[in-house]
Design a protein around this ligand. Structure first.
Ligand code: ZN
Ligand code: ZN
Length: 198
């Protein structure tokens, strides 16, 4: 479906959503776009290419961080813009490894800093996501504060002082937004991993 046929709408108490302005056939694909940011989970690391996500038994690993793995030179080249800065962070925190949610948040931070346009943002941008932080329990907020602190430690090689970042890039707020995307990211306050100080 063409983007013009879709529109955003506000639903009181539920946030905002997308709807079609014309009749939709059952099974019709409404919209497809590259994700703003994504990350291969720890369980899948080494089994799928970090760029195209294809399963492959003969992946080539990044010679610097030795974490990211790709089908070949072409995927590695295309992924470099998203991997370049996290590559230094991954090397810096070794032998620790960030939780998936923190690695994803790191990619979001670098992408926001690059201010590059992304097709998936034609309908919805990351800044459009509501945080709804005030609706979270204190326990949940505490879990997210831990994640924000872990993110700060993880990004230290690239971002020495997070207080110098633009106000729109707030580590705690990023996690409150991710929390509302259940298919993308789930957090349990009991299972939050914290990196050691580096
Ligand atoms: Zn690939
Ligand atoms: Zn790397």
């Amino acid at each position: 479906m063409e983007v013009a046929a879709l529109e955003r709408f506000l639903s009181p108490g539920k946030g905002s959503g997308l709807r079609s302005r014309r009749k939709v056939r059952p099974g019709e694909l409404l919209y497809r776009a590259e994700p703003f940011a994504y990350v291969v989970t720890k369980e899948q690391l080494g089994g799928v290419c970090e760029h195209c996500l294809q399963r492959n038994e003969h992946l080539h690993r990044c010679s610097q961080c030795k974490v990211a793995k790709y089908c070949g030179k072409s995927c590695q080249k295309k992924a470099w813009l998203d991997h370049k800065r996290e590559c230094r962070c991954l090397q810096n925190v070794k032998p620790n490894f960030p939780p998936d949610s923190v690695r994803l948040a790191g990619r979001i931070v670098f992408k926001l800093l690059r201010q590059s346009s992304c097709l998936s943002e034609r309908l919805y941008s990351f800044s459009d996501l509501q945080s709804n932080a005030e609706q979270l329990s204190e326990e949940m907020k505490e879990g997210l504060r831990h994640l924000a602190h872990t993110l700060q430690l993880y990004l230290k090689a690239e971002i020495q002082d997070a207080s110098h970042l633009p106000p729109a890039i707030d580590f705690f707020q990023i996690f409150t937004k991710l929390l509302l995307l259940p298919s993308l990211f789930r957090v349990s306050c009991c299972t939050v991993d914290i990196l050691q100080d580096v």
